[in-house]
Design a binder for this molecule. Sequence first.
Ligand code: PBG
Length: 336
Amino acid sequence: MAIKLDAANRTGVFPIRRPRRVRGREALRRMVRETTLEISDFVYPAFVCHGRGVRAEIEAMPGVYHLSVDRLAEEAAAVAGDGIPAMLVFGLPEAKDELGSEAYDDEGIVQEAVRAIKDAAPDLIVITDLCLCEYTSHGHCGVIRNGGVDNDATLPLLARTAISQARAGADVIAPSDMMDGRVGAIRQALDEQGFVETPIMAYSAKYASAFYGPFREAADSAPQFGDRRGYQMDPANAREAIEEIALDLAEGADIVMVKPALLYLDVIRQARNRFNQPIAAYNVSGEYSMIKAAAQNGWLNERQAALEALTAIKRAGADIIISYFARDVARWLREG
Ligand code: PBG
């Protein structure tokens, strides 16, 4: 028995309302599209190492490289050429020690990298990740006292690192350590040294996530004992993220971040509804590698999967997307 239109029309809506009408052609779909990725949304992360002529692919992150400063400068020029507005720089030190001293060495790897990028691509915004974990022998993000990470003993080292990075020419300082009070400590230190105009992009709601796995290989920053749950957030908590963001804003953060991005879209959305300041979201290494690995196996279409994931991050409310896909996005948007 054929179903009569009347039966489908019990609600009185159909066939008057037909959402498919605007989905029939790409031109129409484009007209009603609510979220569009632009290359200016992106920040491209980079890993800089000592040496010369180094361009070594990171095994767990296909398409991402350890670059020596000379190669990083070339990369920066290419990134600027792609129309990507900013790079986020992570450093691999020559040697690690208890207090992560290369982090705040004016001749440290990140400081050197910032100067080289500024020479090669003066208009590119250079954001420096500020954390001790890549530089400490124990791999934790702060100073160890009595077997634990001592919050207040860490703050002066973070402040010192911020000043050193700003002196090297960093445009934005991005603390990722999750110590309490660090944004305030860094703001005060920057202001005292005359860097009143240098913005802070705070990793405000940074979760203790398994999805940093590939990054820790890339940055050689896995903790040598214990884990980071004593300072990074519990993945089960969302209200606490709002509190963390509110505190960072009160301490002077200019841009706040949710990290990881894809597993925390609800947090991005809640933050967007609640705060008026710019929100960044970090599409982290594990989120990148999952798509890469599936694509390499022929299980996912890389371009479609990546663009869908990144669009979801923007739709959730992120203004700034930090992603290892940024250069691919530039190519995909160019190809149309
Ligand atoms: C440093 C830091 C981490 C990431 C960014 N900054 C790792 C961590 O906290 O263990 C992760 C980035 C990524 O996974 O892509 N604290």
